[in-house]
Design a protein around this ligand. Structure first.
Ligand SMILES: C[S@@+](CC[C@H](N)C(=O)[O-])C[C@H]1O[C@@H](n2cnc3c(N)ncnc32)[C@H](O)[C@@H]1O
Length: 183
């Protein structure tokens, strides 16, 4: 079975997992959801690292079917369901992860409105002491911070490969960890 693409490459997945493994927030039994999980490869890697409470959501029926088939073939227990993040997540999580989904939403029609819905829905489904991890190739770390600061504060930037152009150093992708603002 061809699992398809690993969005932004395996190196980014490794960086996220290394961060989770060393963080004090992530426990092996933490309830973790990948929103816009695609083929679910990040969740498979997390399962291989010993994380046990794993959930994948995607609005694409085909993506959910593929992710389910991959997990089943490897005898890995991950719950997958069809869900449009813009309509709400229907559950609460300790860790919410997104790699490329906020980017896709940012390119949709009514992108500004949809981005606000997304931020609200992620906020409502994250436990108060939880973390939200996002990887983006559309937005810089500063831009993500500007978008999310209505509801979240940036707690950590996970280092990603850099490039230099015209004397300016930039990151190929932004990988940020947010926590909920205290009310
Ligand atoms: C760029 S792909 C990334 C897939 C996966 N996260 C990865 O890293 O390989 C974006 C994913 O988001 C899903 N997606 C886009 N908009 C969504 C929405 N509103 N609700 C749920 N999933 C969505 C797409 O179906 C697609 O699987």
């Amino acid at each position: 079975m061809n699992p398809g693409e690993i969005w932004f490459g395996e190196d980014i997945v490794d960086r996220i997992i290394r961060w989770l493994n060393k963080s004090e927030i992530a426990k092996k039994e933490s309830k973790i959801v990948d929103i816009g999980c695609g083929n679910g490869m990040l969740l498979i890697e997390l399962a291989n690292e010993g994380y046990t409470n794993l959930h994948g959501l995607d609005y694409s029926k085909k993506a959910v079917e593929l992710a389910k088939a991959i997990a089943e073939k490897q005898n890995i227990n991950i719950s997958y369901s069809e869900c449009d993040v813009l309509e709400g997540l229907k559950d609460n999580y300790d860790i919410i992860h997104d790699k490329g989904t906020y980017d896709a939403i940012s390119l949709s029609e009514d992108a500004t409105e949809n981005r606000h819905k997304y931020i609200e829905n992620v906020y409502n489904s994250l436990q108060d002491d939880g973390v939200f991890i996002i990887t983006s190739c559309n937005w810089t770390q500063h831009e993500l911070d500007q978008h999310f600061k209505v509801k979240f504060y940036l707690t950590e930037i996970i280092a990603t490969p850099q490039f230099k152009f015209g004397g300016v150093i930039g990151n190929v992708v932004s990988l940020c960890v947010f926590k909920k603002n205290k009310i």
